[in-house]
Design a protein around this ligand. Structure first.
Ligand code: NDP
Length: 283
């Protein structure tokens, strides 16, 4: 072994020895876009790594459809720990109905963690977009920005309730207490655009995620007084339907890393954009 190979092996061993470790999260956790990709793996690892008192509200568009088979399998594997919720992030009524259904179940305890994971992308270059591009732009914005905005607005009171349930922690913020995690991307970074543009033009997607970053920053300011943490996280380039076959990361490793990061977030991380390993990404 060369020195660097030895280091790589040690890193892998450390990674796998912590693979089944529990995460410092509890209470009511709401995750969007959980029937496939990163969202499905989030539900799997949250179910595995949280204690008995945690409950996961796992959202998807068609809970009874074939596309949610794997998610239903997880709910069966962890009885009483996962509730599947119907939710279409592009549909205001669907968001209202989902929030109402969950609110009725968690009123007094509140919501500890909202993970806005569901998102869509559209064809790459200008030429590939719909006629004028407006339709693609609006669809992506609706799902990737308006949806997370509405969910946070509608869940705000329940997040506050959860934060107030931990008053003994003073003004300490954490995802165990009350938090919103917005899944963003490195290609939302305006500063990094010269490095990343050529490989992924994606106008609607990039601009929607830059808007999601601003939403994160605004909410972090707005909700600071209530001790609700708000952070945006880039999951890495991950092998999913969206990430494609050539992506270097598998969902298991991305989610393992993100949950470690999410578990350790505190006041200094609110309003930031971090990657799946906890590194800060410039706006
Ligand atoms: P996938 O395309 O594999 O999965 C997207 C998920 O979002 C699906 O569950 C999909 O459900 C759901 N979704 C899409 N539109 C809606 C909607 N209107 N309402 C409800 N659910 C919806 O994506 P990934 O798992 O790769 O991505 C997850 C997150 O990570 C996204 O926010 C993405 O932007 C981000 N990300 C991903 C990267 C990657 O390399 N994969 C890189 C950087 C960021 P359905 O099956 O019904 O369509």
């Amino acid at each position: 072994f060369s020195q660097s190979q030895g280091r790589a092996v040690r890193q892998q061993l450390r990674f796998y020895s912590s693979a089944n470790m529990s995460v410092n999260l509890e209470g009511n956790i709401f995750v969007t876009g959980t029937n496939r990709g990163i969202g499905l793996e989030l539900v799997k690892q949250l179910a595995e790594k949280t204690g008995k008192e945690a409950h996961i509200y796992a959202c998807c568009r068609e809970p009874e459809g074939t596309s949610a088979e794997a998610l239903r399998g997880l709910a069966t594997q962890y009885p009483g720990k996962i509730t599947i919720i119907r939710l279409d992030m592009s549909d205001e009524d669907s968001i209202l109905t989902a929030v109402q259904a969950v609110s009725e179940q968690i009123q007094t305890a509140g919501l500890n963690l909202l993970i806005n994971n569901a998102a869509i992308n559209k064809p790459d270059s200008l030429a590939q977009l719909s006629a004028t591009g407006k339709k693609d732009m609006m669809e992506v914005y609706e799902t990737n920005v308006a949806g997370p905005f509405l969910l946070a607005k509608l869940f705000h009171t329940l997040l506050q309730t959860a934060a107030e349930g931990h008053t003994s922690e003073g003004d300490k913020m954490s995802c165990r207490r009350a938090a919103i995690i917005n899944i963003s991307t490195i290609i939302s970074s305006i500063e990094k655009c010269p490095e990343t543009f050529a490989q992924a033009k994606m106008y609607p997607y990039r601009t929607s995620k830059a808007a999601l970053n601003m939403l994160t920053r605004c909410q972090a300011e707005d909700f600071k007084i209530q001790n609700i943490l708000v952070t945006a996280i880039h999951p890495g380039w991950v092998r999913t339907d969206m990430g494609g076959e050539q992506a270097p990361l598998i969902t298991q490793d991305s989610v393992h890393g993100m949950l470690n990061v999410i578990s350790s977030l505190s006041n200094k991380d609110s309003g930031m954009l971090l990657d799946w390993q906890g590194e800060k990404i410039p706006w």
